[in-house]
Design a protein. Structure first.
Length: 318
């Protein structure tokens, strides 16, 4: 439970802000991360027009690391070290970000939203069952199925014609999504022990060390990129929002919520992706997209909430 706060206004009025349960704050943190990541596919496509994929992955993570490292230092903490943070760096940062960039270089941004939003919950729940012995409840499984159905309704009818043309890049995106699902499950174990921000920063440092030689080789082969203002802004946004803020929020959520429940919330990325695509690319909403997005939201609500109905009076007499 987050402790209540007393707020003083300029008019001399005092009131107490009611406490928020830790679980509610964790849910809001994960939702915030997913909303940010909903814009990532479109923004990544913009940045890739000027920056090669490995160099882009290294640059955005380097910027995020500088920001989060300062926050950890101010809090008196230290970046996590050891085999588990190193594995998190390989899967959640080096593997996921690089494979995602490589896949989005050829596939439409909608494919990234579809594969990440659709595959992460299923893979996350399966891995959580295998590695953490998290047995998903019937309610959570039902919510996952409903959300996946909404993903299909919202995206699949509009990309049937181009799906066969990008199977290779879609496979790369699926491999990256698998890396992120494994990061989510292993991150639950690491962040639950405390100091989620230190875990994220430590894992990000390992990811940068893995990416550094490949980024340097790509820089030697392709030369220094010439950045347009739009691409520069896109790269900064990917570093500050999609890497620093979103990963910090995701780590906080993992420290308080089951990995399967966190993975289910990643379906929100599809809904946010549709909104961003409509706002930036000018794509119009279709009835199927609206209906699918509503089904995704309903599935997430059903799978992440618990409703206990009061028993009728005559049952208590039995």
């Amino acid at each position: 439970m987050i402790a209540p706060r007393t707020v003083n206004s300029s008019l001399g009025i005092r009131w107490t802000v009611p406490p928020l349960p830790v679980r509610a704050v964790a849910l809001l943190a994960v939702i915030g991360a997913t909303i940010i990541w909903g814009s990532s596919s479109v923004v990544t496509k913009i940045a890739l027009t000027d920056v090669p994929p490995t160099l882009l992955a290294f640059a955005r993570l380097a910027l995020a690391y500088l920001i989060l490292r300062l926050l950890v230092a101010r809090s008196g903490g230290r970046p996590a070290r050891g085999p588990l943070p190193a594995l998190l760096g390989l899967t959640g940062f080096a593997g996921f970000v690089l494979l995602r960039n490589l896949g989005l270089g050829a596939a439409p941004a909608s494919h990234g939203s579809l594969i990440e939003g659709g595959a992460t919950p299923a893979l996350g729940m399966l891995l959580a069952l295998a590695l953490l012995a998290e047995r998903p409840s019937t309610r959570r499984l039902t919510g996952m199925v409903a959300s996946l159905a909404g993903v299909g309704i919202a995206v699949l009818p509009g990309i049937e014609g181009s799906m066969s043309a990008s199977l290779g890049s879609d496979s790369v995106l699926l491999a990256g999504t698998s890396c992120f699902a494994l990061y989510t499950v292993l991150g639950r174990r690491a962040c639950a022990e405390g100091g989620s921000l230190g875990v994220v920063v430590g894992a990000m440092r390992y990811g940068l060390l893995i990416l550094a030689p490949f980024a340097l080789a790509e820089l030697v082969v392709t030369g220094a990129p010439t950045l347009t203002p739009v691409a520069l802004c896109a790269m900064i946004y990917l570093g500050v929002a999609c890497s620093a803020a979103a990963y910090a929020l995701w780590g906080y959520g993992l420290s308080h919520l089951p990995a399967g429940q966190v993975a289910l919330l990643s379906n929100l990325e599809l809904v946010c992706g549709i909104v961003v695509a409509a706002g930036i690319a000018g794509e119009a909403f279709t009835p199927l997209q609206i209906g699918g997005a509503a089904l995704v939201l309903a599935g997430i609500w059903y799978g992440t909430t618990s409703v206990s109905l009061p028993r009728p009076t005559f049952w208590r007499r039995i």
